[in-house]
Design a protein around this ligand. Structure first.
Ligand code: HEC
Ligand code: HEC
Length: 485
C-alpha cells in the first residue's frame, strides 16, 4: 500500500516536472500561424485544467500533507522525505529560473550618479529587457503587432514572469531581508532577481498625519519587537493596535507550524509587513489566488501600500473595493492559495471584523514619498522641473496617451484595463488594475509580476503596446517625467 502510494507520488512528480518543463517551453515558443497558435494554446489550457482537477499542485499532494497521510504512515517521515526531495531539487529549480532570466534580461544593472530612490539607493536604469539578435528598440517600435507575432519578436521580458517554482508557488523573500529575518528562508527556493532591481531595504515611511517629520522609520524595518517603541505617541491607540496586528505573524501555506511547510523549522507564519515592508515593498512575491489552473496563476510582485487612501480598487484581478475587505481576505485566502480548507488545516487566523478596521486605519495613514517638483494638482511645477521632464509631462498628457489610464494626483484611474498582449503572440493577461505611478521610482520591478525591471522598460513596453511610435528623445523624456512623480 505504502509502496504503491510512493510510486504514485513518484509518477505524479515526474508528471508535474514534465508539464512544468513543457509550460516553460510553451511560454518561450509560439506558432507562426495565428489561428494554429490560438488552437494550440486552448488545447494546452484544457489539458492543464484536467491536470489540476486530478493532481492539484505539488503542495496539495496528500502524501505531502500531514493531515492527509493515512494512519498507517509515519507523517513525520513523509514530511522529511518531501523536504529531502525539495532540497535535492533546488539547484535544478534555481538553474532553470536563472537561465530564463538570462535569456530575457541584461542582468548587470546600470545606474547613474544622482538618479536615486527616496533614501539614496540607485535606481536601476534600462532597458534591461533584451531583444533578439540584430533587432533594436527603434526598429521594433516601427513594426505592427501582426508582424511581431508572426516573426516571434515580442521580447521575452515583456511576457509573463513565472514564479521560481511555479508548480508550487508560495511566498518568496529577498536575501537582504532574510539576512535580518532568517525565519523567512525557504528550503525549496531562493529569491531570483538581482538586488539592484529591488526597492531600498528597509524603505522609508511617510505618515499623512505628519508630513513635517519626513521618514519616521528611523532606518528600521517594522516588526513585532520595535513597532511600539517607534510608533507610540505618533499614532492613535487604535492605529497602534492595527500596527500590532500588521506585524503579527499568521500561518500561511509555506510558513506554518505543521509538517506541511517549506521552512526547516516550524514557523508561526508571516506578517503583513514581512511583504509590505514598512508599508512599501522590497519585491517579495507569490502566486495570485484568483486564477486556475496552476500553470496560469500570475506571479504577484508585492505592491506598495503608500497612498492606499487614494485608491478605490485593490488587487490586480480581484478588484476588491475596500482596504478592510482586502485586509481580511489577504490573510484568509491569498495566504492559502484561495483554498479555505487548507487554511483551516494550517491554522488560518480569522481576524475579528472589529479589529480589521484597526489594521485598515493604520494602512490608510501611509503617504507617498515627497515629490518636490509637483504642484497641489499633482503635475509639474514649471519653475522647478527640467525641460526634459516638462517635455515628458506633455507627452504623458498628450501624444503618449498615458493619462487615459493614469490620472493625477495618484496617477491611476481606479479601473482595470486589458492590454491585449495576445496581439503580439504573448499570453493574454486579461484586465489588470492600472497601478498608481506616484512615487513609482521607489518600486521596481514593475507590473503585477515584476516582469519589467526598470522605468525605461515600461516606456518601451507601452510604446509598443499602445503603438505610439515615439522616438528616442521622447521615450527618455517620459522616463524623466515618471522619475519626478
Ligand atoms: C506574499 C507577501 C504578502 C503578504 C504576506 C501580504 N501581502 Fe498584501 N499584497 C501582496 C501582493 C503581491 C499584493 C498585490 C495583489 C494583486 O496584485 O492582486 C498585495 C496587495 C495588498 C493590498 C491592496 C493594495 C492595492 O493597492 O491594490 C492590501 C490592502 C494589502 N495587500 C494588505 C495586506 C495585509 C493587511 C496583509 C496582512 C494580513 C498583507 N497584505 C500581507 C503581497 C503580500
Ligand atoms: C489602457 C490603459 C493604460 C495606458 C494608456 C497606460 N497604462 Fe500604464 N498601466 C496600465 C495597466 C493595466 C498597468 C498594470 C499592468 C500589469 O501589471 O500587467 C500599468 C502599469 C504601468 C506601470 C507600472 C506600475 C507598477 O507599479 O508596476 C508604469 C510605470 C506605467 N504603467 C506607465 C505608463 C506610461 C508611461 C504610459 C504611457 C506611455 C502608460 N502607462 C499608459 C494601464 C495603462
Amino acid at each position: 500500500m505504502r509502496q504503491t502510494k510512493r510510486r504514485h507520488l513518484r509518477i505524479g512528480t515526474v508528471g508535474i516536472v514534465v508539464s512544468a518543463v513543457c509550460t516553460i517551453w510553451a511560454w518561450n515558443t509560439g506558432n507562426v500561424d495565428g489561428a494554429a497558435q490560438d488552437r494550440h494554446r486552448k488545447e494546452k489550457t484544457e489539458s492543464a485544467i484536467e491536470e489540476t482537477k486530478t493532481k492539484g499542485f505539488d503542495g496539495v499532494d496528500f502524501s505531502y500533507d500531514v493531515f492527509g497521510v493515512p494512519p498507517e504512515q509515519d507523517a513525520q517521515k513523509a514530511a522529511e522525505e518531501a523536504m529531502a526531495k525539495d532540497v535535492a531539487d533546488k539547484p535544478r529549480v534555481l538553474a532553470r529560473q536563472k537561465k530564463l532570466l538570462a535569456e530575457r534580461y541584461e542582468l548587470d544593472c546600470k545606474t547613474a550618479a544622482g538618479v536615486t530612490m527616496t533614501k539614496g539607493k540607485h535606481q536601476p536604469i534600462g532597458p534591461a529587457v533584451t531583444l533578439k539578435q540584430g533587432l533594436t528598440w527603434d526598429k521594433l517600435g516601427q513594426m505592427e503587432a501582426d508582424e511581431i507575432r508572426a516573426e516571434k519578436l515580442f521580447p521575452g521580458g515583456f511576457r509573463r514572469l513565472p514564479h521560481v517554482k511555479h508548480e508550487v508557488g508560495g511566498q518568496v523573500f529577498p536575501q537582504i531581508q532574510i539576512k535580518q529575518f532568517p525565519r523567512l528562508e525557504r528550503f525549496d527556493v531562493d529569491f531570483d532577481l538581482p538586488d539592484c532591481f529591488l526597492p531600498e531595504f528597509p524603505p522609508p515611511i511617510f505618515l499623512t498625519t505628519h508630513p513635517e517629520l519626513g521618514d519616521v522609520s528611523q532606518g528600521e524595518a517594522l516588526h513585532a519587537e520595535n513597532f511600539d517603541r517607534l510608533f507610540r505617541g505618533l499614532v492613535t491607540p487604535v492605529q497602534l493596535d492595527g500596527l500590532r496586528l500588521l506585524v503579527t505573524q499568521f500561518p500561511e501555506e509555506e510558513f506554518n507550524a505543521t509538517h506541511d511547510r517549506k521552512t526547516v523549522k516550524p514557523s508561526l507564519g508571516v506578517s503583513c509587513l514581512d511583504c509590505h515592508v514598512n508599508f512599501h515593498t522590497t519585491a517579495q512575491f507569490h502566486l495570485n489566488p484568483d486564477t486556475r489552473p496552476q500553470r496560469d496563476r500570475l506571479r504577484l510582485d508585492t505592491v506598495s501600500l503608500r497612498g492606499l487612501f487614494n485608491q478605490q480598487i485593490h488587487g490586480s484581478k480581484r478588484s476588491i473595493r475596500s482596504v478592510e475587505d482586502f485586509t481580511e481576505f489577504e490573510q484568509r485566502t491569498a495566504y492559502f492559495n484561495g483554498d479555505q480548507i487548507r487554511a483551516i488545516k494550517k491554522g488560518a487566523h480569522v481576524i475579528d471584523r472589529l479589529l480589521v478596521p484597526h489594521m485598515a486605519q493604520m494602512q490608510n495613514m501611509i503617504d507617498f514619498p515627497p515629490a518636490p517638483k509637483l504642484t497641489v494638482f499633482g503635475t509639474l511645477d514649471r519653475k522647478k522641473a527640467t525641460p526634459q521632464e516638462i517635455k515628458g509631462e506633455e507627452l504623458f498628457f498628450g501624444k503618449a496617451r498615458c493619462v487615459g489610464c493614469h490620472q493625477p494626483p495618484a496617477y491611476t484611474d481606479h479601473q482595470m484595463h486589458d492590454l491585449h498582449l495576445e496581439r503580439f503572440g504573448a499570453e493574454a493577461d486579461g484586465p489588470i488594475k492600472s497601478f498608481v505611478l506616484r512615487g513609482i521610482k521607489d518600486s521596481p520591478p514593475y507590473f503585477h509580476d515584476g516582469r519589467l525591471p526598470t522605468l525605461e522598460d515600461t516606456v518601451e513596453f507601452f510604446n509598443l503596446v499602445l503603438e505610439l511610435k515615439l522616438n528616442r528623445e521622447e521615450k527618455a523624456a517620459l522616463t524623466a517625467f515618471m522619475r519626478a512623480l
